[in-house]
Design a protein around this ligand. Structure first.
Ligand code: NI
Length: 395
């Protein structure tokens, strides 16, 4: 049988990536505790010839590979943290740490970025510019990108363009999902308190009942999305906690609630705080109560500008064929990659990892979340090709 060296190399990379992925999957670490993961990655990148800087944003890593030819600085970002979830996949390579699991597939992202590093480390003679690999901690708690930026990521490394991917079990393995504009939502936190005057439940006329006022606030909040947001745009206001009261026959002084607000377009995001404040204050006031809103801006939306999106489109088309580059429905989940996009042009896209034949059907953060491992080499190749295309186009 004839030996095809190219096929052989591909098989080697495919097997190596699965091995890396399973190793990451077995050893999940929580946000800002990714020490073992980070030191493994640092060692691997040094072996590939990268200059590695550790502890940027606590456990974050930045690694640089310089090409022999002049050109732009192109960054790839992967996140490293796992979740406090007890794995229920039954996989032979399931988590070895109780109560922790790579249930959002950040093990996929690390594997694909390392795969791209392996591919590109063999091409430095031809490479026009430098590759910067960013391994970010604590994406799950929305603090990792912020920590790296505050630690001087963009001052220490003059990055021209940044790219990143997230696995997506809703998209079949073999496909890349990519769109210009909003891909993942802006995420904000709301804290609301409604204060009245507590007293005996049998004599409501002597008190000011914050519970009835709260009912009105809750219902009126839902009218913002239906009455104030342009119906063509998307927005979500969800309350997640509601606390107050101590006894069935006592009207409490105060009710407290927290919630999440998701939007895409900046103008929709900007109207949320004043609209919610108006509803909270005035609905409460209609019952003689005092409503107070604390609006906490957490993450902007992942918004892909045209130029880097075109670059990924070209790269992905080369790897999986243009027919397999699909336009997805955006997600109302958030991603702190958006903070990097506020600093430099960049594109974030989804790697299809779904495959019903292999049981890869469960969503992010499910204890049964799994992926089709055949997608790993696709992710690595698309990232590597994206870097090549970006270097070519920005040179
Ligand atoms: Ni994630």
């Amino acid at each position: 049988m004839a030996i095809n060296p190219r096929q052989d190399r591909e098989k080697g990379l495919h097997d190596r990536l699965i091995e890396l992925f399973r190793n990451f999957h077995q050893h999940p670490e929580l946000s800002f505790q990714e020490g073992k993961t980070a030191s493994f990655i640092s060692g691997s990148l040094r072996d590939l010839g990268f200059r590695v800087t550790e502890k940027i944003g606590q456990t974050g890593i930045v690694a640089v590979l310089e090409g022999k030819k002049p050109g732009p600085v192109i960054a790839l970002r992967a996140d490293m943290d796992a979740l406090p979830i007890e794995e229920e996949t039954g996989l032979s390579y399931g988590s070895r740490i109780e109560g922790r699991m790579h249930a959002c597939g950040h093990d996929v992202h690390m594997t694909c970025a390392l795969g791209a590093a392996m591919i590109l480390s063999k091409e430095t003679n031809e490479m026009k510019g430098s590759l910067v690999l960013i391994f970010q901690p604590a994406e799950e708690i929305n603090l990792g990108a912020k920590a790296m930026i505050e630690d001087g990521l963009f001052e220490k490394f003059s990055i021209d363009m940044i790219f990143g991917l997230h696995n997506q079990p809703d998209i079949p393995s073999g496909k890349i999902a990519l769109r210009e504009g909003g891909l993942m939502a802006a995420v904000d936190r709301i804290e609301i308190s409604i204060t009245g005057k507590g007293g005996h439940g049998g004599v409501p006329h002597r008190n000011i009942d914050p519970i009835v006022a709260t009912g009105s606030v809750i219902m009126n909040l839902q009218s913002i999305v239906s009455r104030n947001v342009n119906p063509i745009d998307a927005a979500v206001i969800s309350l997640g906690t509601l606390q107050g009261g101590t006894a069935n026959n006592v009207i409490p002084d105060r009710i407290e609630m927290t919630g999440t607000v998701r939007t895409f377009e900046p103008e929709v995001r900007n109207m949320m705080e004043p609209q919610i404040r108006q509803v909270v204050e005035n609905s409460a006031a209609a019952f003689g109560c005092r409503g107070i809103l604390n609006y906490i801006y957490q993450l902007p939306a992942v918004m892909n500008p045209p130029e880097p999106t075109r670059i990924v489109h070209t790269a992905a088309s080369k790897v999986v064929g243009e027919n397999n580059v699909v336009d997805p429905t955006p997600s109302t989940g958030g991603e702190d990659f958006s903070l990097f996009q506020e600093k430099v042009a960049g594109c974030f896209f989804w790697l299809g990892v779904g495959n019903p034949d292999k049981g890869a059907v469960h969503p992010w953060h499910s204890p049964k979340f799994t992926i089709d491992e055949d997608a790993l080499i696709i992710g690595a190749k698309v990232l590597a090709e994206t870097v090549r295309q970006a270097m070519e186009q920005l040179s």
